[in-house]
Ligand binder design. Structure first.
Ligand code: HPA
Ligand code: ZN
Length: 357
């Protein structure tokens, strides 16, 4: 923690504003999960794609999920309107405008190439459209952006290896690889060979683990895939030994509170394990996962989480923002500059508050 910030002087009433203004990194956001119903209908009309739902309202009404799979079915159907390079650009640009409004200074976006190549979309259209939006986000919004290619774990490792081979001509456009889709029955170890190849290529590695899957999947992701971060990881709280390891090794966990409620990983935000994880010294970060489907972008996740934690104050707000910056794959000098800006925001709040709790 920044030693010279007097967090106790910052009243709780100042915290929502601080959360919103703080420079933050988003590290767990599936770009296809930021596809809003309005854009689904606009792209369907532009591309002549028929949709199952008659209206935006009817589509939104279908967003009542019972578990991860019930969400994935709707999420993959929504992505079917994405066909051309410009569609991927428009999708990512819409997200970056929202990210800038949330004071996200750095975003690492997941994308699922197999969802698109299986429909005949060239992988180049996917990667080039997203990458062009990342370049524009840097140039026009001042948002630093990078791409992480995710393998779909319900498909085979051979399919993942073929996807990696297809993506290699675009190697300069993505910084790493991840693992997503249906977790149960698809342990990280299934992808050991493809992750080893990615490691040899110098790609960063992350994996979803411990969302619906058991704590052992988190251990597999660390030990067999060599990941630098765990996506979700909330089921770690079921294993005291794993909690101790995650704290000792300062393994970042990209936690997604609203997602976990919508997919019934937890009953409600008051019961969310993130406070327990933070208190145990884990490097937890807050993220939006699939914001168009789960009811909120990053700041809405943070505000909802704090609403459910009346005892939390400026110290926790600072910790979560700082964790997000430190857990990013951005170069250390960029991280240091963002942390300096974060410190300035909180220092200012402590000076102006007059010490009233
Ligand atoms: N879990 C697994 N796969 C996903 C998710 C998720 O939360 N969102 C998009 N693909
Ligand atoms: Zn996810």
């Amino acid at each position: 923690m920044a030693a010279d910030i007097d967090f106790d002087r910052i009243p709780r009433s100042a915290v929502p504003g601080l959360l919103a203004r703080a420079p933050k990194a988003e590290l767990h956001m599936h770009i296809e999960g930021s596809l809003e119903p309005e854009l689904i209908f606009a792209l369907a009309a532009r591309n002549g794609v028929a949709l199952r739902h008659a209206s935006i309202d009817a589509l939104r009404a279908a967003y009542a999920f019972t578990d991860l799979q019930s969400f994935l079915d709707i999420y993959y159907a929504g992505a079917s309107v994405l066909l051309h390079e410009q569609d991927f650009y428009d999708l990512a640009w819409a997200y970056f405008e929202k990210a800038a409004a949330d004071n996200i200074v750095h975003a690492e976006l997941f994308f699922d190439p197999q969802t698109h190549t299986a429909r005949g979309v060239p992988i180049g259209a996917v990667i080039e459209g997203l990458s062009r939006a990342c370049a524009d986000a840097r140039a026009r919004l001042g948002v630093s952006a990078a791409l992480i290619l995710c393998f779909l774990r319900h498909l085979s490792e051979e399919d993942a290896l073929a996807t990696l081979a297809q993506a290699l001509p675009y190697r300069g456009h993505f910084i790493g690889v991840g693992l997503d889709s249906a977790e149960r029955g698809h342990p990280p170890g299934k992808f050991q060979r493809v992750f080893a190849r990615c490691a040899a290529l110098g790609l960063r590695r992350v994996a979803h683990a411990g969302e619906e899957g058991p704590p052992a999947y988190i251990e597999e992701a660390l030990d067999l895939l060599g990941v630098a971060r765990i996506d979700h990881g909330v089921r770690a709280v079921e294993s005291p030994a794993l909690m101790a390891r995650l704290a000792r090794e300062r393994v970042p966990l990209t936690v997604c509170p609203l997602s976990n409620v919508k997919l019934r990983v937890v009953p409600d935000l008051a019961a969310h394990p993130l406070p327990q994880m933070l208190a145990a010294g884990l490097a937890v970060t807050v993220n939006s996962d699939d914001p168009a489907y789960f009811g909120g972008y990053l700041n809405q996740n943070l505000l909802a989480l704090f609403d459910a934690q009346p005892r939390w104050g400026a110290r926790e707000a600072y910790r979560l923002a700082r964790n997000s910056l430190e857990a990013s794959f951005a170069p250390p000098p960029a991280q240091a500059a963002w942390i300096a800006a974060l410190d300035a925001e909180f220092r200012q709040a402590a000076l102006w508050s007059g010490g009233r709790p």
